[in-house]
Write a protein that binds this ligand. Sequence first.
Ligand SMILES: [Zn+2]
Length: 251
Amino acid sequence: MNLISIPAFQDNYIWVLSDEEGRCVIVDPGDAAPVLAAIREHQWQPEAILLTHHHHDHVGGVKELRQHFPGVVVYGPAETQDKGTTVVVKEGDEVNVLGHKFSILATPGHTLGHICFFSFPYLFCGDTLFSGGCGRLFEGTATQMYQSLQKINALPDDTLICCAHEYTLANMKFSLSILPQDKAINDYYHKVNELRAKNQITLPVILKNERKNNLFLRINDIDLIKEIDKETKLQQSEARFAWLRSKKDNF
Ligand SMILES: [Zn+2]
């Protein structure tokens, strides 16, 4: 399997997995044009489209792609039913794509119906987990998002986090503002800064690294708790997560 990212809009990535026969699966095609160009370039035969949630920058290209490739199966959560989804999937379902089983994880928070697709090592997590950060809470609660991130955090160490936006540098600037002395955060910030200075992608990332670099996966970290304690005493992990998320919203 070969994994490629297609840049779209300002900072979106549309992920494409292809096999040796050139069959491919496209994840969250918010825009059809760059996908059609890549299909022509690589001579792919699209077999399926995976949708993580209903936002336009993730689903906007689906209907046009289906006009070009009427046989394509579009898997998505119920909230994408009117966006071109042909098979609605939910937590616990498994779909067979390119001969690989993808399991569906419900990950509400960014939207209420948000799902992730997992087939080791690939996790297509849309706008749930970003490198160094997590999605905004547009529809769900902090507790829902916290639990969704816990679900992702329980996946194997070498899971490849394929998220949908290039937000890493901004996320690490925020993380530095919270824990300026943290070695992992400093090291990762410098690495990401160099990549972005050369206009290079920072993704995908490996879950075991993200556990060190991403404060939203370090909610019970002693240094983070000390930092929160300066402002307020929060006993619950969910409450500390909510504190961190609202700090990021106002950063
Ligand atoms: Zn979104």
